[in-house]
Design a protein around this ligand. Sequence first.
Ligand code: LLP
Length: 427
Amino acid sequence: MHHFTYRDGEMFAEGVPLSRIAREVGTPVYVYSAATLRRHFRVFDEAFAGTDHLVCYAMKANSNQAILRLLADMGAGMDIVSGGELQRAKAAGVAGEKIVFSGVGKTDAEMRAALDYGILSFNVESVAELHRLSEVAEAMGRRAPVALRINPDVDAKTHEKISTGKAVDKFGIPWLEARAAYAEAARLPGIEVKGVAMHIGSQITDLAPFEQAFTLMADLIRLLRADGHDIRHADLGGGLGVPYHGDTDMPPHPDDYAAMVKRLLGSLGVKLIMEPGRMIAGNAGVLLGRVLFVKETGSKTFVITDVGMNDLIRPTLYEAFHHILPVREPAVDAPRKVVDVVGPVCETGDYIARDRDLPVMQRGDLFAVMTAGAYGAVQSCTYNTRALVPEVLVDGERFAVIRPRLEARDIIALERLAPWQVKDEMA
Ligand code: LLP
């Protein structure tokens, strides 16, 4: 469910025609719908109504301040994975007690900053990290609140680059070592055991892997309690997918996900923490681009656009599928053609879609790359010294630039010559 729809023959984001944003801000540009973000957060949050829970939005999916503020205003906590994301959460006004800190490689400085801010939980991913965190906390005269992230060795049946819960993935503490790790945690002076955490992967469209993982989690919580640990929260991670295709990849409804969670964990009296990212932001954004040229080569037709892999890396990095829709609504009987939609970057991997059957597009046409609100702008870069893609938030009839385009001159201004390269102008 999203708010990018055709109206009067052209695509709108809520009450704003995309063509207007293209005219005023230029392309490429990410466009987000506030109503869609709010709806997704509400649907997910309400699915857990009546249970002690906290939805910690995984800001890695889209960490723009305006997006964080919108979600924080609705009561969202945040899942962070770096000191930088901690700064973003603080800047957006998120209280420490609503922040969980995931990730396999936290530095001392990041641990200190998070302790200072009084976060809810460190999701610790190794015994080595546990020891270091204890030392850092002790030196500050503190005890770090901790959940151990357990790797349940479950196959989430998703793309190999976004699977995190198999034994071969770098994440978490192996399932069989969990009890020993908790015993170690209980001995450490700078650690206060609070909960258990898991996150098995992303873009998961089937409840079964979650069910497998959470069954193990419930067993583990019982075992740990029997071992004498005071387990107060269960962090279930994120992972619910979004319909990129819209047919073959329909994710479970949050209500069904929540019902399963309550069935497996409801009787344990733990606070539930969820870390959804993609299902909040994915469908709430499109990447708006323009066709530069159409090139026929005999074997292929290339639609060459101003959207590069530096703006959206997902198709080439994860073989991801994103629908491409012309901004001007095509007639039902509009001619179609199988084309490659590519960008201007000097790499063969620079494409948005390959062998895609699309309404015929021409130079100057605007198009929207759909479902680009999660892991789009956050993974953008300036490769080929292309301007950093801007972001726009639409809310009803209003829109605002929430990240301006970072132009080549701004990028170059960040760089220096080494002192010995500077020519003495006076000589
Ligand atoms: N919690 C943890 C510990 C995570 O590692 C992740 C995502 C999430 C929560 C949020 O998962 P979600 O609800 O968004 O599935 N760049 C990739 C996705 C990487 C996901 C990494 N971890 C992509 O574009 O598909």
